[in-house]
Design a binder for this molecule. Structure first.
Ligand code: NAI
Length: 418
C-alpha cells in the first residue's frame, strides 16, 4: 500500500476472514488518530496504560504497534488547507482493520460536514456500540448507579440521520409537499420543512445480528429492541419486527422471546439462553431509571440510540468516562465520545477515561480480554483512591486532583504491580 505522507511502522496486519472473524497477530499495527484539542493528551495517557496492560498480560510476547495517522486540524497542518480527512488515513484503517481515535474538531463552514460522520460512511461502520457501567467512587445523580450495566448497539447509518432533509420554503420542500398531496392526498402545512426517515430490512438486521451475537459471545442475559413503533409503525415498528425475525430465524437455539418466557417457561429463564424483548422508547427512559438491572444489551435505531446512550452515561456519572466504538463488517474504529474541549488543550488536565475505556473495548475486540480486565480493575482502584482528574475531583469530597499524565501513571503502576 502506498502512502503519501506517512508510513506504517514495523509490525503485522490484522486480517478479517468472513463475517468479521478477526485474525490478530502478536504485534498488530493499529492506526490511531490522536485528535484535536485535548486529543494528544488523552492519547498519550491511553498508550501508557494500554502498553502496560498488554506487557503485563503477555510478558512481552504481544505488543500493539501504534501507527499515527491524521485527521482534523493535524491533517490540515500536515496535508494542506481543507484536507480534513486524507486518503492516507482511510487507507491505513482499511489496510489494518482496527483503529482508534481521539476527538476531532468539526470544521465550521464549507468542505466536509463532520469527519466522524464521513469516517462512518466511508468505512460503513454501521453499529455504534456504547457500553455504560458504573465505576465505584464516581459521583452519580442516582442512588444506585451500579445497577445500570448495559451495552447499547445504535444503528449508525439510517433513520433521520441519513440526512434527507428539505428546508422550509425551498423548491424541494414545496415539491415534496405537493407530491404528498397529489399522490397520497396527505395534507402537510405549506410552511413545513421536510425530513425523511428510511429504515431498511438490511440495515436493521445486520445491527440486530451484531447485538445478539455479542450477547451470546459475552454471555449476557438479554437483548432489548427499543423503538417507537406505536407511532412510527413502518420504520420503528418494522425495526422491532425485523429484529424478532433475526432472533427467531438465525439464533433460535440461543434465545427465548418474551412471550415464550411466560407461555412456555412459566416466567423462568432457561439456563444459558438469552431473553429477547422490546420496549417503547419513552417507557425505556423510565425503565433505565426505575429498573436498570433488568436491561443488558440494547439494540435500537439511530436517534433513539443517540438519546439513550447519553442518558445512560449521565446516570452513572457523566460522559467523561463513556467509551464508544463504531463497528462494521470489515473495520472497527474505537473512539472517545466527548469533543476536543479546546479550553483544556495541551494543559494535561482532562480525564482520559473515555479514550482509555474505548481502548479497553478494542482489547476485548482483539480477544485480549485479560489485558482489558487488568486495565479496568486498575482504573477502578485509582478512582476509588480518589486520585482523579479535575472533572471528577470537583464533584468528590476528599479527592486529590491529578494531571492526565499522572492519572495514567497511577493506573499503569497498579497494572505493573498487579
Ligand atoms: P466537548 O465534549 O469538547 O466539551 C463539553 C464539555 O465537556 C466541556 O466543558 C469540556 O471541557 C468537557 N470535557 C470534554 N471532554 C472532557 C474530558 N476528557 N475530561 C474532562 N472534561 C471534558 O464538546 P463541545 O465543546 O461541544 O465541542 C468542542 C469541539 O469538539 C467541537 O469542534 C465539536 O465539533 C467537537 N466534537 C467532536 C466529537 C468527536 O470527535 N467525536 C464529539 C463532540 C464534539
Amino acid at each position: 500500500m502506498a502512502y503519501e505522507k506517512t508510513a506504517p511502522p514495523e509490525g503485522d496486519m490484522i486480517t478479517v476472514a468472513g463475517e468479521a472473524k478477526l485474525s490478530v497477530p502478536d504485534r498488530p499495527i493499529i492506526p490511531r488518530i490522536a485528535g484535536d484539542g485535548i486529543g494528544p493528551d488523552i492519547t498519550r495517557a491511553t498508550q501508557r496504560v494500554i502498553d502496560a496492560a498488554v506487557k503485563k498480560t503477555f510478558g512481552g510476547s504481544k505488543e500493539i504497534i501504534w501507527f499515527d495517522v491524521y485527521a482534523g486540524e493535524a491533517s490540515v497542518a500536515k496535508y494542506g488547507e481543507n484536507v480534513w480527512l486524507p486518503d492516507d488515513t482511510i487507507e491505513a484503517i482499511k489496510e489494518f482493520k482496527v483503529a482508534i481515535k481521539g476527538p476531532l474538531t468539526t470544521p465550521v463552514g464549507g468542505g466536509i460536514r463532520s469527519i466522524n460522520v464521513a469516517l462512518r460512511q466511508i468505512l460503513d461502520l454501521y453499529a455504534c456500540v456504547r457500553p455504560v457501567r458504573y465505576f465505584q467512587g464516581v459521583p452519580a445523580p442516582v442512588r444506585e448507579p451500579h445497577k445500570l450495566d448495559v451495552v447499547i448497539f445504535r444503528e449508525n447509518t439510517e433513520d433521520i440521520y441519513k440526512g434527507i432533509e428539505f428546508e422550509e420554503g425551498t423548491d424541494e420542500a414545496r415539491d415534496m409537499i405537493r407530491f404528498l398531496k397529489e399522490r397520497y392526498d396527505t395534507e402537510v402545512n405549506p410552511d413545513s420543512g421536510i425530513g425523511v426517515k428510511p429504515v431498511s430490512i438490511q440495515g436493521t438486521k445486520r445491527l440486530v445480528r451484531m447485538a445478539i451475537q455479542y450477547a451470546i459471545t459475552k454471555k449476557r442475559r438479554s437483548v432489548t429492541f427499543v423503538h417507537k413503533g406505536n407511532i412510527m409503525k413502518f420504520t420503528e415498528g418494522a425495526f422491532r419486527d425485523w429484529g424478532y425475525e433475526v432472533a427467531r430465524e438465525e439464533f433460535r437455539e440461543h434465545v427465548v422471546l418474551e412471550d415464550e418466557l411466560w407461555n412456555e417457561h412459566g416466567g423462568k429463564m432457561p439456563e444459558g439462553k438469552i431473553l429477547i424483548n422490546d420496549r417503547i422508547a419513552d417507557a425505556m427512559f423510565q425503565q433505565i431509571l426505575l429498573r436498570p438491572d433488568e436491561y443488558d444489551v440494547i439494540a435500537t435505531l439511530n436517534l433513539n440510540g443517540d438519546y439513550l446512550s447519553d442518558a445512560c452515561a449521565a446516570q452513572v456519572g457523566g460522559l467523561g468516562l463513556a467509551p464508544g466504538a463504531n463497528i462494521g463488517s470489515n473495520y472497527a474504529l474505537f473512539e472517545a465520545t466527548h469533543g476536543t474541549a479546546p479550553r483544556y488543550a495541551g494543559k494535561d488536565m482532562v480525564n482520559p477515561g473515555s479514550l482509555l475505556l474505548s481502548a479497553v473495548m478494542m482489547l476485548e475486540y482483539l480477544g485480549w480480554d485479560e489485558a482489558a480486565k487488568l486495565t479496568i480493575d486498575a482504573m477502578e482502584k485509582t478512582i476509588r483512591d480518589r486520585t482523579v482528574t479535575y472533572d471528577l475531583e470537583r464533584q468528590m469530597t476528599g479527592a486529590t486532583r491529578v494531571a492526565t499524565s499522572t492519572f495514567a501513571e497511577l493506573i499503569a503502576k497498579k497494572i505493573e504491580q498487579a
